[in-house]
Design a binder for this molecule. Structure first.
Ligand code: ADP
Length: 267
């Protein structure tokens, strides 16, 4: 079994990801797809007159400030447009996909952090009423039911808090939690870059391989949102996943290539 996370940034070839996944699933490989939707959420938010607000926590991680209205737009795009678009593509390729969020069956459960401290123009600021959180528990009952029934789960944030509230969580770390809980061999994280680059602007600067014991040396190359991917990879491997691959979702065969070791392989 493999867990594949496909991002939500511009340039991702969802048709290719789904066609490639279909051929892998039809060849007998069990897989779960986790996806994002950030670029589309930003676009729809702008059109709805509620521009996204990206904030940086005091620890240096970037996230979307998610008040109730933002959460509703987030769900419209992630659980609606993105999730159903992916399920439709997989179904067209003959894969019996089922799209769910982390709310359904409490798949991703954790702690809501209603208050966050951010850094804005060098100053600390406290934001309240944030519907974001951290997954602490993966409930696999529904996932096993689906896999045993021959379905291919397609999962997306939000997750659910212990109190039953929807909460925005990072997709890479959610995928990492799922991969760890399922004890899969491989977690593939696809995005609009070839992998972890030494220089963000230079795709030839790809780091092809990182032995896990040397991850600290390389983690510093990750800036902005790439930092959470590295964090997710570290968490997954620490919890028993053998290999994490960061690979390109803009190619014709994104998953096949990642399985063949193209991208940044962390092990
Ligand atoms: P997704 O939404 O597809 O999960 P993100 O946009 O969250 O992806 O993260 C990928 C982005 O991270 C890239 O588009 C790139 O701009 C940025 N990034 C920052 N540092 C690096 C790095 N060292 N190597 C590759 N990409 C990086």
């Amino acid at each position: 079994m493999i867990v594949i996370k496909v991002g939500g940034s511009l340039g991702i070839n969802y048709d290719a990801v789904c066609a490639d996944l279909a051929s892998i699933v039809k060849a007998g490989q069990k897989a779960i797809l986790v996806h994002g939707g950030s670029a589309e959420t930003n676009r729809i938010s702008e059109r709805l007159g509620k521009p996204p607000r990206m904030v940086t926590s005091v620890s240096g991680y970037e996230s979307r400030y998610t008040d109730r209205e933002t959460l509703e737009i987030f769900e419209m795009v992630y659980c609606g447009k993105m999730n159903k678009g992916i399920v439709e593509r997989l179904q067209r390729h003959g894969v019996n996909a089922v799209g769910l969020s982390g709310l359904d069956g409490r798949i991703w459960e954790g702690i809501r952090k209603a208050t966050i401290t951010i850094l804005e123009a060098g100053k600390k600021k406290v934001l309240r009423d944030d519907f974001t959180g951290k997954i602490e528990k993966v409930n696999l009952k529904l996932i096993h039911l689906l896999l045993n029934g021959g379905f291919t789960p397609v999962l997306t944030p939000p997750a659910i808090s212990y109190d039953g509230e929807a909460m925005n969580v990072d997709g890479d770390r959610a995928a990492a939690m799922l991969a760890s809980a399922l004890k899969v061999e491989k977690l593939i994280i696809l995005s609009n870059v070839p992998g972890l680059l030494r220089e963000i602007q230079d795709e030839r600067s790809l780091i092809p391989e990182i032995p896990f014991q040397r991850i600290e040396e390389f983690a510093g190359f990750a800036k902005g949102r790439m930092k959470k991917k590295v964090l997710g990879a570290v968490e997954a491997i620490r919890e028993g996943v053998k290999e994490v691959v960061f690979a390109d979702a803009r190619t014709a065969l994104p998953i096949t290539e990642a399985l063949a070791g193209k991208g940044t392989v962390i092990h």
